[in-house]
Design a protein around this ligand. Structure first.
Ligand SMILES: N[C@@H](CCC(=O)N[C@@H](CSS)C(=O)NCC(=O)O)C(=O)O
Ligand SMILES: [Fe+2]
Length: 228
């Protein structure tokens, strides 16, 4: 995916989730990061209109707040394969780990969940951080093997170590923002600019309500989405 890039940031409003369509202008080969079941028909329509060949429906982690669209995409687009981290223990056609290169570099960024991955497209200075890093924030650490210590280490070692001008695209935003950069987050992130012990304290006192769809989402996402 080093030639011209086709790039679409797509939004699902019920869970405030971003999905990302990336494709090579020349080969038309495409991947869709973090599809959501509610918006799969829209996304499959865009893939068709643009004449793309969707190879992979890639999950950054086992989402707790929505059902992934990867299962439904596989039935709509023959040949499309689901992808998730080996460490997530979820089922998928392809299970990836730190260092793998599935058109994008895979970086292990646990802490929100054990199996959180950040996908880096070096040729276009972009990284897709899932819930490890949100714009000016980060994923919660109070369920799904969450650990504030691990999340802090992950973001500092795997995301803040990228060049300052890399653009960062999260899996969610609840304030209407769409993109940030490594430099901005190193300067302005209200949680991750703190010391590790201050960060742990913040994360242990968020007191957020559980996501509304968690009971349906977790079992479905352990098998990469509803299959029919
Ligand atoms: N209200 C939403 C869920 C909001 C939420 O918990 N978001 C997660 C990411 S989805 S697992 C999170 O980590 N938030 C961090 C934060 O600081 O908000 C719903 O009911 O779906
Ligand atoms: Fe999440």
């Amino acid at each position: 995916m080093s030639a011209g890039l086709i790039f679409r940031q797509l939004f699902e409003s019920k869970s405030s989730t971003y999905s990302y369509l990336l494709a090579c202008e020349v080969t038309k080969q495409a991947v869709l990061i973090d599809p959501v079941i509610e918006t799969v028909d829209r996304d499959a329509g865009i893939v068709k209109q643009l004449g793309l060949v969707l190879k992979f429906a890639i999950n950054t982690h086992v989402h707790a707040d929505h059902v992934t669209g990867s299962g439904k995409l596989k039935s709509l687009i023959p040949g499309c394969q689901s992808v998730i981290a080996e460490a997530s223990q979820a089922k998928a056609n392809v299970r990836v780990k730190h260092g793998d290169k599935l058109q994008l570099e895979t970086r292990s960024t646990p802490g929100h969940t054990d199996g959180c991955l950040t996908y880096v497209l070096h040729s276009h200075r972009m990284a897709f951080t899932g819930d490890a890093l949100l714009i000016r924030g980060c994923g919660r650490t109070d369920f799904q093997q969450g650990s504030p210590e691990r999340l802090y280490e992950s973001v500092h070692s795997q995301i803040f170590s990228l060049p300052d001008n890399y653009q960062l695209y999260p899996a969610h935003d609840y304030t209407g923002q769409t993109v940030t950069t490594v430099a901005e987050e190193k300067k302005f992130n209200s949680r991750l600019t703190k010391t590790k012990s201050e960060f742990v304290d913040i994360m242990n006192n968020l007191n957020l309500p559980y996501p509304k769809q968690i009971d349906a989402a977790l079992p479905a996402n352990m098998v990469c989405g509803l299959q029919d």
